[in-house]
Design a binder for this molecule. Structure first.
Ligand code: ADP
Ligand code: MG
Length: 742
């Protein structure tokens, strides 16, 4: 009898257990059961041998055509050479050793079919064509000679193929799983029976059977459906519990007030709120009025106007005598938020000053780099409550920062902050927990949002403000040098018209090996990523600002060019940004520090050098820096990438649409799951084995629905002990990190 927690040693014996432990890090019966086949083959099928690549690890099904042993010329050894075929191509298998000591010649006579696993190598004999071979492949006989005459049923039999590893004989996993399945005792199915019925899912034992030794493709499909469900459900149940627990915490209600600072602000708004802004605003206003903390994710494409929504929420809290903190991921952004918020509020931000409005409050800025005096003042304003709004970077999280009555935390650009940081701020409010609003400009596909941000309610700003100008995007490719010349000309024209231009490079490029700013900002969760780092080998290093600057000064002689990157002193950064905002600069040459949030409506052209070095979402973000006012935006993607290359396809996609949601889906398709789920998930492919965020949206959605209902009716899962145990083991496990860090 084998329980799911049973060490494999007990069931399979020391030798096999050790091999599985060493080769695949499998320790218990459960580990082995969850080590699913990578793919399945028919017994009658032969793998096409022509497509094999040099250096590739493969498992192929093929038929032996020739067996030949020969002595080696120089050494006393002997090599057994076996040729296998798929009916057209051939592959050579070489086994070295002493004559007669080998099983291969007994097992593999002509006509035998087998699975052969190993790494493909190529050699060219002195005469003749290249030969591809596997040296000392693992093998497993699948059919003896003459088996062709056997029944169709037999030929159709499904053979699971497990990921091959050098350390293990090819049949070890299959036989071990078989042994385990034969002895397996499972506890009662953790999923409630009615749920399984409703969702037409099979039992767990049947699912393990079906995934490891399916008799039909149908059985296999049903098994996959059930096991996928479990993966999705467990995560969603854990998230539902988190949501429920968070919702049960106390918070101070901050209902909308009449005739306060928010009303005054609304009355002065120079534009009309979009429908989306109004609707989301109402959702948030209602949340803030509750006695439990809000946890809301506000996603809206670049330029959709999230800041106003957040500011109105902050003012609602201020109207209730509370304070709001706005956490920004970079100094540049914190400073910009500070400037734009004080700008929008005008005399409403001048409490205690001459000319301050009646309902006025104060806005404080707290960053890591400010001078001692400014910092002391800001700290004082935060602690005394004089400042209703405190804008800052990570510096806000330090222990020395205290608030009089922190009612709302707004986190801008969520993907740069972890849950720990959100929690650190929450801790700072005295009695109740503050409400939390998280904003992200990276449109997140629903599946990712449901899985990664599943502990947050989500609101979407789907529509850009009216009058928002069009952004046209063009690729400036290597085969059309005239386009590049035109680019510089265009920049001069814009400057002559009083407009401004961004030029972005992937690196700073002061010295060798400089990584540039993509790394500066710790973007583990950045869906934009840093481009296709994988295919960089052998290419020239990406363009750096410092290399481009002298050329620009030549090409754009007479224009005022400023430089902005992450290694500048914060004061310098601020000064450069300010000069650009004040139109004292025509061109801002920058790294991706301007990727998020920078808002200068007079900037009309964005030129991205080596555009192929950036990720899709990153390009989209960068492009969102222009076309923010009434002026049309133009984005030029300068690249060396050849037509038809993958890099060019990506750039063409970015040029073809400004729909951030469509682009992020495209981005997701090009990435591996681990990238999407972030650092916490990387290297732990174990938690989601079958479920994929791209293809299983319906499973994730259904699981979320069922899990939420179940957890609401039975929060501690006391009526579902099996499920509670599965969840506990998930949360025990370091997999809990995945939920935490999401
Ligand atoms: P994001 O969602 O990218 O953070 P912002 O909040 O920075 O976008 O808004 C972009 C610009 O659009 C700002 O200049 C803001 O003042 C302006 N804006 C916001 N809402 C509206 C609206 N309803 N109508 C017109 N302009 C708006
Ligand atoms: Mg913003």
């Amino acid at each position: 009898m084998a329980n799911i927690d049973e060490p494999l040693r007990k069931v399979l014996g020391d030798k096999t257990a050790k091999a599985l432990e060493k080769g695949l890090d499998l320790h218990t019966v459960g580990d082995l059961l969850h080590h699913y086949p990578r793919r399945y083959a028919h017994r009658g099928e032969l793998t096409q041998l022509s497509g094999l690549q040099d250096g590739e690890h493969v498992t192929v099904m093929a038929e032996v055509v020739k067996v030949q042993g020969r002595s080696l010329n120089r050494s006393p050894g002997y090599v057994l050479e076996i040729t296998v075929t798929d009916g057209t191509g051939q592959l050579k298998l070489s086994f070295f050793g002493r004559k007669g000591s080998y099983r291969p010649e007994k097992d593999l006579s002509p006509g035998t079919r087998g699975l052969f696993a190993g790494k493909i190598s190529t050699y060219r004999p002195r005469s003749g064509r290249e030969v591809r071979q596997l040296t000392h492949p693992q093998y497993k006989v699948v059919a003896e000679k003459g088996a062709e005459e056997a029944a169709q049923e037999w030929a159709d039999e499904i053979i699971p193929i497990y990921p091959s590893t050098k350390a293990l004989p090819i049949e070890t996993i299959g036989t071990s799983v078989g042994t385990v399945l034969d002895q397996l005792t499972l506890p009662a199915d953790p999923m409630p029976g009615p749920l399984l019925g409703r969702r037409r899912l099979i039992g767990l034992r049947e699912a393990y059977e079906g995934i490891h030794r399916p008799r039909t493709w149908d059985e296999l499909n049903r098994a996959r459906a059930r096991l996928k469900w479990d993966e999705a459900f467990v995560v969603q149940a854990a998230l539902a519990q988190r949501r429920l627990a968070a919702a049960a915490l106390p918070a101070t209600p901050r209902p909308p007030a009449f005739g306060g600072i928010q009303a005054e602000f609304d009355a002065r708004l120079p534009f009309e709120l979009t429908k989306g802004q109004r609707e989301v605003g109402e959702e948030i206003a209602a949340d803030l009025a509750l006695e439990h903390p809000m946890h809301r994710l506000l996603q809206g494409d670049v330029g959709s106007g999230k800041t106003v929504v957040a500011l109105r929420a902050m003012l609602q809290v201020v109207d209730n005598g509370g304070q709001a903190a706005l956490l920004a991921p970079t100094e540049v952004l914190a400073q910009q938020h500070y400037r734009s918020i004080t700008g929008m509020l005008g005399d409403l931000a001048q409490a205690g000053q001459i000319g301050g409005a009646e309902n006025a409050t104060r806005v404080a800025l707290l960053t890591g780099s400010q001078g001692a005096k400014a910092r002391k003042e800001a700290l004082l304003d935060a602690a005394s409550g004089a400042a209703g709004i405190i804008v800052g970077t990570h510096a806000l999280l330090q222990e020395s920062v205290q608030f009089a009555d922190l009612g709302l935390v707004v986190v801008d650009e969520q993907h740069r902050f972890g849950v720990e940081q959100r929690d650190a701020l929450r801790e700072k409010s005295g009695g109740g927990r503050p409400h939390v609003l998280v904003m992200t400009a990276t449109p997140i596909p629903r599946t990712v949002a449901m899985t990664v941000f599943g502990d947050l309610e989500t609101s979407v700003l789907g529509q850009l403000p009216a009058g928002r100008s069009e952004i046209r995007t063009h690729v400036v490719p290597p085969e059309k040098p005239a386009f590049l010349a035109r680019t510089w000309e265009r920049i001069r024209e814009e400057a002559a018209d009083g407009r401004q231009v961004y030029i972005v490079c992937p690196r700073i490029g002061e010295k060798e090996g400089d990584e540039g700013d993509a790394m500066d900002m710790g973007d583990a969760m950045d869906m934009g990523g840093a481009g296709d780092a994988g295919d960089d080998s052998g290419r020239r290093s990406p363009l750096g600002i410092m290399e481009v600057l002298p050329k620009l000064e030549e090409l754009l002689a007479g224009l005022r060019v400023g430089v902005l990157h992450g290694k500048l002193h914060p004061d310098e950064k601020d000064a450069v940004m300010r000069r650009f905002t004040d139109r004292d600069l025509d061109v801002l040459l920058a790294t991706t520090v301007i990727e998020v949030g920078v808002d200068v409506p007079n900037a009309t052209v964005m030129v991205i050098m080596d555009a192929d070095r950036f990720g899709v979402s990153q390009l989209h973000q960068l492009r969102g820096r222009v076309g923010r006012g009434s002026l049309h935006g133009l984005c030029l993607l300068v690249t060396d990438a050849e037509p038809g290359s993958r890099a060019r396809e990506r750039l063409d996609a970015v040029a073809s649409t400004t729909d951030g949601f469509r682009l992020s889906r495209l981005d997701l398709e090009q990435r591996r799951e681990g990238d999407v789920l972030g650092a916490a998930q990387a290297g732990r492919a174990s938690s989601l084995r079958l479920l994929t965020l791209q293809r299983d949206e319906d499973v994730i959605r259904d699981a979320r629905e069922e899990a939420t209902a179940l957890v609401e009716s039975d929060p501690a899962l006391s009526d579902h002990p099996g499920l509670a145990a599965v969840l506990a083991s998930l949360l025990d496990d370091d997999r809990a990190d995945f939920l935490e860090k999401a």
